[in-house]
Ligand binder design. Structure first.
Ligand SMILES: [Zn+2]
Length: 243
């Protein structure tokens, strides 16, 4: 290579790396693509609530997020249950990745929201880049996200909304150890990655929260806490785990 050709190619390399740095300063948004079941899509407010609550929490944690809604709905034999949430949906996403299903997955999170009963286990499911959550009818009953505080009293709609954050948190790499629970006066507040497990039976609590909190501090028991509240923002240490 003569000197002129070398300088020309070095010039190209330099301008590319400058462009690369510019891109690095503005991280690519994490894309969450959302599919609704045929039943969940009938709730008019659902799309707005998912975008508001999930988008708000992720934007807070990651800085940049895009919530996209798939143009098609997903036909399910059952709105809940392990087969629909933990087997069929991950399989559909995997098939979509190789063009064998009617879904077009993204590299971020592929989220299915159904109309299943969020009070029944399993209420949701997640693995890397794939999440499923029940409770569509309840999430749709929440007030618009911009009208809701970051911590709300426990209710089924709020628990279903927090479940959405919980499963998407898992799909982005956070575990139950990235949750926090704190006393706020007489209330006990659970962050999304701990969620309702905080108030589960001793056996379930033991199984799900045995590793303790990576966020520091033990989970307080709800002894003496007269009120249950749910946080709708990820804890700081969950934020560091999300990717
Ligand atoms: Zn979980």
């Amino acid at each position: 290579m003569n000197r002129r050709a070398f300088l020309a190619s070095a010039g190209v390399a330099l301008s590319l790396s400058a462009a690369g740095r510019r891109v690095a300063n503005e991280p690519d948004p994490v894309v969450v693509r959302v599919w609704f079941s045929e039943s969940a899509v009938t709730h008019d407010a659902l799309e707005d609530r998912v975008e508001g609550y999930l988008g708000g929490a992720l934007a807070d944690a990651l800085g940049a997020v895009e919530i996209e809604f798939a143009g098609s709905t997903v036909a399910l034999p059952h709105e809940g249950g392990k087969a629909s949430l933990a087997t069929d949906w991950p399989m559909t996403v995997a098939e979509g990745t190789v063009g064998m299903a009617d879904v077009d997955p993204v590299g971020g999170v592929n989220l299915l929201v159904t109309d299943g009963d969020p009070r029944k286990q399993p209420a949701g499911y997640a693995r890397p880049h794939v999440a499923a959550a029940t409770g569509g009818a309840y999430i749709a009953r929440m007030p618009p996200a911009e009208e809701a505080p970051a911590v709300v009293p426990y209710s089924v709609p709020a628990a279903a909304t927090q479940l959405l954050l919980h499963e998407v948190g898992h799909a982005l790499g956070a575990t139950h150890a990235h949750g926090t629970a704190r006393r706020e006066g007489d209330a006990l507040v659970a962050s999304p990655m701990v969620g309702s497990y905080l108030w589960a039976s001793e056996r379930v609590r033991e199984a799900q929260l045995a590793d303790g909190s990576a966020c520091g501090g033990a989970y307080p028991s709800d002894d003496g806490a007269s009120e249950r509240r749910l946080g709708l923002r990820y804890a700081d240490c969950a934020t560091r785990a999300l990717r």
